[in-house]
Structures are given as structure tokens and as C-alpha cells.
Design a protein around this ligand. Structure first.
Ligand SMILES: [Zn+2]
Ligand SMILES: [Zn+2]
Length: 284
């Protein structure tokens, strides 16, 4: 991890930056840690684009797609989870309120009261996090459902979720890291709108996943599962090449068009060769 203040490398296990002494974000400050990690990934990616453009192009090609169920079922499951968490939160608040405002728990000794209250608070916060997580998941899954076909990392710490043909899938990398000599597994991270396969051993080993390639793998797996026919999407890399050659062609056309126009101009105004004309221009 990089130091947030000076950018020096802080090794795993070290609590402070060796350069400037800035404390590394604590274990419980997972939002900050997550932000720092995303920032680091983006920086490494940028560097790898500049120095090793082929890394992104060569990429990782082994994906595994797991069918998880119908979107509706998944939404109901998450909804139930959300509901249970909310009920638990209410129960915890009720216990705390009963302790505070009634005499029902007065029979407990100090230790008993402490245990009950601590348990209630822990459950309250745990379920609060669960409610936030489930709500986020439901909202993002609904967005994917509206899209019809899409893949996105919508569950923190888990594989990306994909939606296609009203079904939910989980996508993971089945390839080992192409840069590591020892077979090392990879996981998928999302940087802005980009899916990136990251080596589990070395965070510098990054491979951009073509979204179209991922979506094709999902459609392929559905085809194998149910026989639903599909038309593969054109890969981003192929699109880029096409675009380049197109623009090159149009440049060529423009160039030839210009020269043709020049020629006609030349013949119309002055039958002399272009060279002598430019010489004349210089003299003038
Ligand atoms: Zn530092
Ligand atoms: Zn690696």
C-alpha cells in the first residue's frame, strides 16, 4: 500500500510510513483503505497503459461464469435479507429501550446488563452494515436488470455480478496470472467503469478485461446451459482497430481528394507543374 501523504511504499504489517511516519489507515477504516487501493490500482493501470500497452491487449482469457438464479429470485432473496436485518435492528433498539425506560431488565446484575447491551449494540451495527449492503445490492441489481445485459461489481469483496436474459451470474477469472511463474489465482476489481483482473500475489500484475469479452462469456454460458442463441458483441480492442483503420482510410481519401482538387486547379489556372508554381510563389 502507498502512503497517503508522501506516496512511499508501506509494507504489509508496517503500521507507519517509513518515510514520513504517517499512520496507515486502521483496520476498521475500510472505506479509506478501499479508496487508497482503488487509487493505487488506477495509478498502476495508467502506468501500464503508457509503458506496456500490450499487457492490456494480451490480457486474460479464461473466465468462469456461474449461474446464480433468476433476477427476480435474487431480488426477493436480498429483500428478505434486508427485511431480517431491519427486524434485528428494531429488536436491538427495543432491547436498549426496554433497559433504559422500563423495569423489565432490572433483575439483571451489572455484568448481565453490560452483556445484553453490548450484544444489542453489536447486532445493531452489524445489521446496519448489512442493511446498507443489501440496499446497495438491490439498487444496482435493478439497474442491471433495466439494462438487460450488463456486468458490474456490486457486492464489495465478491466477484462481479452479471445480468442477462433475466438471470444473475457471478463472473470470476479461471486463468492463473500470466506474469507469475508460480500458478497464482486472480480476482476481478472494478476501476471506474473498467473491469481489471488483479493477481492475488502482486498488485502490479494487472490485466484489463474487455467488457464485451466478459459479456460474450456470459452469453456463451447461457447458451451452453439453455441453448439460448446469441450474437457475440464486437470486442473493444477490435472496435478500436476498426476505428483506427477507418480513420486512416478516410485520411487517405481526404489526402487523395485534396491532391485531385489541386490537380484540377492546376490544370484550370496554370498548366505549369506544381514545382515551378511553388517557386513562383516563393519569389513573390
Ligand atoms: Zn509517507
Ligand atoms: Zn502475478
Amino acid at each position: 500500500m502507498k502512503c497517503a501523504k508522501c506516496g512511499a511504499e508501506i509494507k504489509d504489517g508496517e503500521k507507519k510510513c517509513p518515510e514520513c511516519g504517517e499512520k496507515r489507515p486502521g483496520y476498521f477504516n475500510f472505506i479509506k483503505r478501499r479508496q487508497l487501493r482503488e487509487q493505487e490500482t488506477a495509478e498502476i493501470l495508467e502506468k501500464s497503459y503508457i509503458h506496456e500497452e500490450d499487457v492490456a491487449a494480451a490480457g486474460v482469457s479464461g473466465l468462469s461464469v456461474r449461474y446464480r438464479g433468476k433476477v427476480g429470485e435474487e431480488l426477493v432473496r436480498s429483500g428478505i435479507k434486508l427485511g431480517i436485518s431491519v427486524l434485528f435492528m428494531c429488536a436491538c433498539i427495543a432491547v436498549i429501550a426496554i433497559r433504559q425506560y422500563t423495569e423489565l431488565l432490572d433483575g439483571l446484575d451489572t455484568l448481565g446488563t453490560a452483556i445484553v447491551l453490548l450484544g444489542a449494540f453489536l447486532l445493531l451495527f452489524g445489521n446496519g452494515a448489512s442493511v446498507a449492503n443489501s440496499s446497495y445490492f438491490i439498487a444496482r441489481l435493478n439497474a442491471l436488470k433495466k439494462q438487460g445485459l450488463g456486468v458490474s461489481k456490486i457486492n464489495y469483496g465478491k466477484n462481479p455480478t452479471a445480468v442477462y436474459a433475466g438471470n444473475v451470474y457471478e463472473v470470476s477469472v479461471s486463468d492463473t496470472c500470466p506474469k507469475c511463474e508460480q500458478p497464482t489465482a486472480m480476482h476481478i476489481e472494478q476501476v471506474q467503469d473498467m473491469l481489471v483482473a488483479v493477481c492475488n500475489a502482486d498488485r502490479n500484475h494487472l490485466f484489463r478485461l474487455d467488457k464485451a469479452f466478459v459479456l460474450n462469456a456470459i452469453m456463451e454460458s447461457e447458451f451452453k446451459r439453455t441453448g439460448l442463441p446469441y450474437t457475440p458483441i464486437v470486442l473493444e480492442s477490435a472496435k478500436a482497430e476498426e476505428g483506427e483503420s477507418e480513420s486512416r482510410e478516410s485520411e487517405r481519401e481526404e489526402a487523395s481528394g485534396e491532391s485531385a482538387a489541386e490537380k484540377t486547379e492546376n490544370t484550370a489556372q496554370d498548366p505549369a507543374p506544381a514545382e515551378s508554381r511553388s517557386e513562383k510563389g516563393e519569389k513573390n
